[in-house]
Write a protein that binds this ligand. Structure first.
Ligand code: FAD
Length: 305
């Protein structure tokens, strides 16, 4: 039996489903941190886990290595993020073929951030897939993959208007996407209003909220600005003065995320995707606060604290 090989069916026996997003590690230390997080988070029985693809495809090698290791050493369902920015169709198709041969059947299909990073100018390549919707069509032409796409409750920052975003999301669904994960957001009313627009446009796939537990308020605020995600005043207030107090910050972060998820469940949402930042503590704390506990691999019983 390999390191993490076992399965249990927590996900099917409860009403709330979670999934976890990781990024490929850059150093040995980061690698250890990632695998420690995977080892712990898999005990929560996620529907799937996913691994990001760096801006401009910059982490291709590390993403593929991480995805392949997750597939071969765990029983987790693994989704590979894949972007089409700065790559020809042939290059993207070669990655798909490689991952298919490694057993990957799930993708998170994205246009991608340009190599200059978020907010950098995007220009499609003539020989490439032009956007997320075209990439979905390319993936579907290859095989009947499970395809997740991105959605933006506060509009994609490059979009001149909301309707274009919704039209593009519809195109992704028409081309075969079966689920969308949202950019992170902190105001649940914003999500609910977005969901209403999406349903009105005839889009009926699950729209899964992307939840970002706030590991470091300053960093999250800077990132949010680039992504076009707003930070409510009350949220900034909760973290005010905690820059040099990581312990209190963590407690507040867990409470804030659990409150957000709890409120969304009361509004009828049942699936959540956590941006883990390759750390288990916050997602585990949030899951516990909404009633999802780690289960022992051998017995299926709850892990004692
Ligand atoms: P698309 O939906 O294809 O397009 C985004 C915007 O571009 C549109 O809203 C529109 O403004 C414009 N646009 C696209 N096509 C057209 C058109 N034909 N005409 C006019 N305007 C157009 N990035 C990474 O690099 N790697 C990752 O692993 C990654 N993972 C992510 C996971 C999630 C859940 C989310 C929400 C985002 C992720 N991103 C990732 C970020 C994402 O790549 C960026 O937000 C990117 O800028 C848009 O990708 P998309 O697939 O949403 O693009």
């Amino acid at each position: 039996m390999t390191l993490f090989q076992y399965s249990h069916s927590v996900a099917s026996s409860r009403q709330i489903n979670v999934s976890f997003e990781f990024f490929p590690p850059v150093s040995d230390e980061a690698n250890d941190r990632l695998w420690a997080a995977v080892e712990r988070l898999q005990l929560l029985g996620p529907r799937f886990v996913s691994v990001t693809y760096g801006a401009g495809g910059s982490t291709r090698k590390r993403t593929l290595e991480t995805v392949k290791r997750l597939v071969s050493e765990t029983d987790l369902d693994v989704a590979a993020h894949l972007t089409c920015v700065d790559a020809s169709k042939n290059e993207v198709d070669a990655v798909v073929r490689d991952l298919y041969q490694a057993g990957v059947r799930r993708f998170v299909a994205l246009r991608g951030d340009p190599s200059s990073g978020i907010g950098g100018r995007y220009s499609p390549r003539e020989d490439g897939y032009g956007n997320g919707a075209e990439l979905v069509a390319g993936l579907k032409a290859f095989s009947d993959f499970d395809i997740t796409v991105a959605a933006y409750p506060e509009k994609h920052p490059e979009s001149p208007d909301f309707q274009l975003d919704i039209d593009l999301l519809k195109r992704k669904v028409d081309n075969g996407a079966t689920r969308a994960i949202t950019q992170f957001f902190f105001d649940n009313d914003v999500f609910e209003a977005f969901l209403e627009r999406v349903r009105k446009a005839g889009i009926y796939i699950p729209i899964v909220p992307g939840i970002l537990p706030i590991h470091h308020f300053g960093k999250v605020a800077g990132f949010a600005e680039k992504c076009g995600a707003s930070i409510p005043h009350w949220l900034a207030e909760r973290f005010e003065g905690l820059d040099n107090d990581p312990h209190t910050r963590e407690l507040v972060a867990a409470a804030v995320a659990a409150e957000q998820v709890g409120d969304l469940t009361r509004r009828g949402v049942s699936d959540f995707h956590f941006y883990t930042m390759n750390r288990a503590e916050l997602p585990v704390a949030v899951c516990r606060l909404i009633g999802i506990h780690e289960l022992q691999p051998e017995t299926g019983r709850e892990v004692a604290a």
